[in-house]
Design a protein around this ligand. Structure first.
Ligand code: C2E
Ligand code: CA
Ligand code: CA
Length: 791
């Protein structure tokens, strides 16, 4: 039967035989015979009826296969009911068109997964069916996003990128198996709906991530997965997807986390953030932000020496909103600068009023967030306000926390310098809360340290708190820096602070933050004093206080940052102790302390990093200088499984034994900065060339190996031209390589990599760049490397 033509077979009711047309092809005859059984059952019904009929039967041959053929079989009978004509029409072509249309409407043509519309439709149907059956089954909605898919496109080309997407689709199909379905929801974003939860879900997801990661061999494809697991509430597919997306969004920028589950707090936080953002501008206009003042006292004389301005939001309907709720949101959306300048101006107005009314005044300190500090006009703005209200700068103190300028010491010193030139006093807030190190105090020109009692964890409060505090105070005294102890709640704390010579206090024990009118009363009734702020910055004792051998500074340092103390003997390391922050830096819990203590540290390092680490130790021992080393370290913990982290360690020598050395290690987990898409363990690091490219200046600084093997000078100008000229980067890839530097200079990319043929011999190398940005997102430096590439 040719397409779209019909044949008629006549069925003789009396004899029950079929009469085929003379020209029927053998193929069609076989086809017909094959379906005789279905046809026969229709015929049996029809022949009994003895009435005019025209009924149809649809038959598909080879269904679900590309060669599917479809037929419509019509039955026509008329008086005197002796025969029934069977009209068989091949409608394969029409059916095929219809199927293709359906497919286009329902499926993603590249991956064959559902598209978004049909996916949500199917999920909603499945959910409704489950609800109808009152099934208790738990469903999970998964949202999966590839990290840096754009880079895969750029480096490997669209064909490869497409094959990655197809592979992901296959992996998703494997993952859902027959318990759900997948969908490509956007370019490199996928969803899956699956009836699974708990461990089965977790295992499945880990397998899925691993399957995807391994598709391109050494080049690991990283994906982030957000998961929403259905609970009591009845959500639509769309809402489930929304929550999975929200959960996934939290992962961005975090290296150790690949799967994140939605929890209800996230939604509440999001709603709060939206609400606060929508209210903030009017709140500022309507003067809903009110400044409270928390008094600061000198312990020994009981005199009032200053106050901290703390903002409160008094909303007409909601009442008082805590700064802990809205400050982080404003810090995120930048509104904080408006608010901080407002608070600063309120303090100025208050001081002005006191002076005008003939009252005594004390200095008031205002808090400034990171966003403020990187506003290049900050000092000018403060000066404008201060001068407008005609206040002497010595009445105004500026509080800055260390975490707000991390890694920007030079910038912050410049800012503090400007503030000092105008006469402001600058305080370091929340000392001990973050990554403060021995050097922060030395390197940054603060006038006052604020030490918050709440940043001592319980262990430290109970056992070692005293020693720690006293060493901070001692060190500050040595630097002639006043220390304000904040958050002093108990008499015991106050007495202790006094006994170690810490004289300035702020806390509930003395007074809560007060509304302006109440603080005004204090100013009138309390005896006033002043803090002795040293402006010469001369130190009172010798440099020995910095000698890290002293137990006090040792504990002090362990208090202020993630740290470990270990013994080094004959190339072996024995960890003596680590602090809580050290554990946290590895993402571990207190009960996992043994994992880091017992495992030989060197064994957890990459082979080539071991040597690097030992060299750094030997260097500390030989020179007595603090030495920094970056290594990749593999740790296995209950909470995270096995992870490879890039750890920066600052090593200091604490003491020497007969043939052993005691070292102090301050660490930072910098995996996020250093993480590249390639599994670091598989790179042949020993054969790698490294260099640094300084953005904007077109300067390149090669590593020792580059200099020796490739005969390069210490510094190359007008990079990359010199290495194109000397043929290290041959002419056919010159423009490509130039274009990379253009991209780096513009800060458009954070990571580049490609396999390039290097030198005259055209030896394939995996060439990579990782761009480093400063805290406000400007590109600073790019770290280049080239490793021989063997497929
Ligand atoms: P902070 O700068 O460390 O301020 C000290 C916080 O400790 C204040 O909380 C204060 O009320 C509280 N506090 C004082 N004494 C005690 C005590 O004895 N025990 C306890 N448990 N807490 C005590 P508050 O006012 O809720 O402010 C929280 C944070 O919000 C501040 O911490 C600061 O980081 C931020 N903040 C407040 N006002 C402003 C502002 O105007 N601008 C900026 N940028 N941040 C602000
Ligand atoms: Ca503060
Ligand atoms: Ca504080």
């Amino acid at each position: 039967m040719s397409t779209e033509s019909s044949i008629i077979v006549v069925y003789d009711v009396g004899s029950g035989t079929f009469n085929y047309p003379a020209d029927i092809s053998s193929e069609n005859r076989i086809l017909f015979e094959a379906h005789k059984h279905e046809i026969q059952s229709d015929l049996n019904i029809l022949k009994e009826r003895k009435e005019p009929v025209a009924s149809f039967l649809e038959v598909a041959v080879n269904p679900t296969v590309d060669t599917q053929r479809d037929f419509i079989i019509g039955f026509v009978s008329s008086e005197p009911w002796r025969v029934i004509n069977i009209v068989i029409t091949d409608v394969s072509q029409q059916k095929k068109y219809t199927r293709e249309m359906r497919y286009l409407v329902d499926f993603d043509s590249l991956t064959g997964l559902y598209n978004k519309d049909s996916f949500t439709k199917h999920v909603d149907i499945a959910l409704a069916a489950a609800q109808e059956k009152k099934e208790q089954g738990k469903f999970a909605m998964i949202y999966l996003d590839i990290v840096q898919f754009k880079a895969i496109n750029e480096i490997f080309g669209q064909l490869t990128a497409d094959s990655v997407l197809k592979h992901i689709a296959t992996s998703i199909n494997n993952f859902v198996s027959d318990a759900g379905f997948g969908c490509r929801i956007g370019s490199d974003r996928f969803c899956a709906f699956v009836e699974r939860s708990g461990d089965a879900l977790e295992t499945g997801l880990n397998d899925l991530i691993e399957q995807i990661a391994g598709f391109m061999g050494n080049y690991r494809i990283i994906c982030n997965v957000g998961v929403y697991v259905s609970c009591q509430e009845n959500l639509t597919a769309q809402e489930m997807i929304g929550r999975a997306i929200l959960a996934q969004g939290i992962i961005k920028g975090s290296v150790n986390l690949n799967i994140n589950y939605f929890h209800d707090e996230m939604r509440k936080e999001m709603l709060t953030e939206q609400e606060i953002t929508s209210l903030m501008n009017n709140a500022l206009k309507n003067r809903e932000f009110v400044v409270y003042y928390q008094p600061q006292y000198e312990h020994s004389t009981k005199s009032l020496v200053g106050a901290e301005a703390l903002v409160r939001w008094i909303h007409p309907d909601k009442g008082m909103i805590s700064p802990a709720v809205f400050i982080p949101i404003f810090e995120n959306n930048g509104f904080i600068t408006n608010l901080d300048l407002y608070v600063f101006e309120c303090s100025c107005m208050f001081i002005r009023r006191m002076i005008d009314e003939g009252e005594n005044v004390v200095p008031v300190s205002s808090n400034f967030s990171r966003h403020d500090l990187f506003d290049s006009d900050l000092v000018a703005k403060l000066e404008e306000i201060r001068k407008r209200h005609n206040i002497e700068a010595r009445y105004l103190r500026i509080e800055i926390t260390e975490s707000s300028f991390m890694g920007e010491s030079d910038y912050i010193n410049e800012l503090i310098n400007k503030l000092h030139n105008c006469g402001y006093i600058v305080e370091m807030d929340d000392f001990g809360s973050g990554y403060s190190s021995l050097n922060t105090l030395k390197d940054i020109d603060f006038d006052i340290i604020k030490l918050d009692m709440k940043f001592m964890d319980d262990e430290e409060q109970n056992n070692r708190g005293g020693t720690i505090l006293s060493s901070v105070v001692r060190m500050a005294n040595w630097l002639n820096m006043p220390v304000i102890a904040e958050g002093v709640e108990t008499k015991a704390q106050a007495d202790y602070l006094k006994s170690i010579g810490s004289d300035y206090v702020q806390g509930y024990l003395y007074s809560k933050p007060l509304p302006e009118a109440d603080f005004e009363k204090l100013l009138m009734s309390d005896s006033l004093g002043s803090m002795k702020v040293n402006d010469s910055k001369e130190t009172s004792e010798g440099i020995e206080v910095w000698d890290p051998k002293s137990l006090d500074s040792l504990i002090f340092t362990s208090y202020v940052g993630p740290a470990a103390i270990f013994e080094y003997r004959d190339g072996l390391i024995d960890i003596n102790r680590i602090n809580g922050k050290y554990l946290k830096e590895f993402g571990m819990r207190e009960n996992e302390r043994d994992v880091l203590m017992k495992n030989n540290l060197l064994d957890s390092l990459r082979t080539d990093d071991k040597q690097k680490y030992i060299q750094a130790i030997e260097n500390v021992i030989a020179t007595g200088q603090e030495t920094t080393v970056e290594t990749w370290r593999k740790v296995t913990s209950k909470s995270c499984g096995t992870v490879t982290l890039c750890i920066r360690t600052d090593l200091q020598l604490l003491g020497k034994g007969k043939n052993s050395y005691l070292l102090f290690a301050n660490i930072r987990n910098i995996t996020t900065d250093r993480h590249t898409q390639l599994d670091p363990c598989v790179i042949d690091e020993a054969a790698t060339y490294h260099w640094e490219y300084v953005i904007g200046k077109k300067e390149m600084y090669p590593c020792m190996r580059c200099m020796q093997d490739l005969n390069l000078p210490e510094r190359l100008e007008n990079y990359p031209e010199p290495v194109i000229e000397n043929g290290i980067f041959p002419h056919e890839i010159a423009d490509f390589y130039r274009d990379w530097h253009k991209q780096l200079d513009e800060g458009k990319v954070s990571h580049l990599e490609a396999v390039l043929p290097l030198t005259d011999a055209r030896i394939p190398h995996l060439v990579k760049y990782d761009l480093e940005f400063d805290s406000i997102g400007r590109p600073v430096k790019a770290y280049g490397s080239a490793t021989p590439y063997n497929e």
